[in-house]
Design a protein around this ligand. Structure first.
Ligand code: GDP
Ligand code: IMO
Ligand code: MG
Length: 419
């Protein structure tokens, strides 16, 4: 058996949760490898809508779920999510990496304070403490899940870190933290989570040759710390390569990669978005697509599909197939756009430049398609899709060099057409 990767190729919210749920029915184990509760993955099963921020989507299929070492974990959020699942009669078969870094209250405080200081130049983060937690991990000031299980060691670690944290909070004009209260709170989380904490690296490597392991990406490559629209990105590596560092898996074990992309594009938060439609088209896409963020409830910015970015980042991510989601949303349009090129200062460029200042000034070259203007949400076979919809999908394949295999035609978990 093997590892299968599900990765977002845009700015997140491509519909990774839904396709993960689809693949999870065949898999033995589903793994999150990066990000934290900045993610919001929606899965609609029958009348029920589940929103997961931290626990891999495979939990809804009662599969073994793993939170890998590359994830940052807010223990209070994790406990709440476990409780939410219990209320739906799901007892998660969960393992959390002992090496996963813990989001502490000062991470959330600093996330908010930094954003406030940046003012109109802010990133537009989810304010979940993601950036400050990853910063501490790299700076070697992090607390890891295993640290919550031993009072003496945890106290020692906090004694080492807290003078730095208190000083930083003071500089930001934030209230000092009551250290004893914080230590007791986090030791209590440790007690509640102890049975889930373990060596996920050993576990995953012990099963990956015999079992099917699904890696569920959070965010998308345009939010990647290296490849995204820096600095308007998240602080982790949603790219396929992030699986190796975030779960402790050799690249040789990833046998299949599914790239997830919406049939148009959306973005929450600030930063460049070369194909953004600021007028009526953007509003109409947002309305028809129900484009409200799962985590923060913010309205997502919308625009036509960006085939220049998809082509470039398909090379970095290496998808075997596309899952093109929300094709049904485009049924409402008589004309549909697809961005096939960029110009910068009047000259055509063939790749997303590295500077966000340049990314902001890109003028997209849009190719227009006649819309199919029929409801496709009940269609389940590729041949039954309108010819104009199939032409649009063929165009995506030709422009990106990646075959389309899974096509989303509705929010429900069974609204998938397979080519
Ligand atoms: P994720 O973060 O990549 O898992 O995506 P989100 O769950 O944040 O956002 C995707 C939204 O689109 C959710 O509300 C899904 O229920 C919904 N969705 C997913 N696929 C489709 C689709 O093919 N058609 C429609 N209409 N909605 C979809
Ligand atoms: P899923 O997994 C969409 C965005 C935030 C902000 C930037 C940095 O549901 O696709 P952060 O809190 O991570 O420091 O914020 O990244 N962002 C997402 N946008 N989907 C997500 O996750 C996101 N996670 C973070 O809006 O612009
Ligand atoms: Mg989401």
């Amino acid at each position: 058996m093997a590892g299968i990767a599900i990765v977002g190729l845009q700015w997140g919210d491509e519909g990774k949760g839904k396709i993960t749920d689809y693949f999870a029915s065949q898999a033995d184990c589903v793994v999150r490898y990066q990000g934290g509760n900045n993610a919001g993955h929606t899965i609609v099963i029958g009348e029920r809508k589940y929103k997961l921020h931290l626990i891999p989507s495979g939990v809804l299929q009662n599969k073994k779920v793993v939170i890998g070492n590359g994830v940052v974990v807010d223990p209070a959020v994790l406990l709440k999510e476990i409780e939410m699942l219990r209320q739906h009669n799901i007892e998660p078969d969960l393992m959390v990496s002992d090496r996963a870094n813990v989001i502490m209250p000062y991470h959330r405080m600093l996330d908010g304070a930094e954003e406030a200081l940046l003012g109109s130049k802010k990133v537009g983060t989810t304010k979940r403490g993601i950036g400050p937690c990853y910063s501490d991990k790299i700076a070697r000031h992090g607390i890891r899940m295993r640290d919550l299980l031993n009072e003496e060691e945890f106290r020692e670690k906090m004694e080492r870190i807290m003078p730095i944290k208190q000083r930083i909070l003071e500089v930001y004009g934030l209230e000092k933290i009551d250290e004893e209260k914080l230590i007791e709170e986090y030791l209590a989380y440790g007690k509640e989570l102890e049975k889930y904490i373990g060596d996920t690296i050993y576990f995953l490597n012990s099963i990956i040759d015999e079992k099917e392991v699904l890696f569920e990406g959070a965010q998308g490559i345009l939010l990647d710390i290296d490849y995204g629209t820096y600095p308007f990105v998240t602080s982790s590596s949603p790219v396929t390569g992030g699986i190796c560092t975030g779960a402790g898996i050799s690249p040789k074990k990833i046998k299949r990669i599914i790239g997830v992309a919406k049939a148009y594009v959306t973005r929450v938060g600030m930063g460049p978005m070369p194909t953004e439609e600021k007028g009526e088209i953007g509003d109409f896409l947002a309305e028809k697509g129900g484009e409200i963020g799962t985590t923060t409830g913010r309205r997502r910015r919308c625009g036509w599909i960006d085939l220049v970015a998809l082509r470039k980042f398909a090379r970095v991510n290496g998808p075997d197939n596309w899952n093109i989601t929300k094709l049904d949303v485009l049924s409402a349009f008589d004309t549909i756009g697809a961005v096939v090129g960029y110009t910068l200062d009047g000259e055509e460029i063939f790749s997303l430049p590295s500077r966000s200042e340049d990314q902001e000034r890109i003028v997209p070259i849009i190719e227009e398609f006649e819309g199919w203007e029929t409801d496709i949400s009940e269609i389940r076979s590729y041949e039954d899709l309108p010819e104009k919809a199939r032409n649009f999908l063929n165009f995506i394949e030709d422009e990106t060099g990646v075959r389309v295999k899974y096509i989303g035609v509705g929010a429900s978990n069974d609204a998938i057409v397979i080519k």
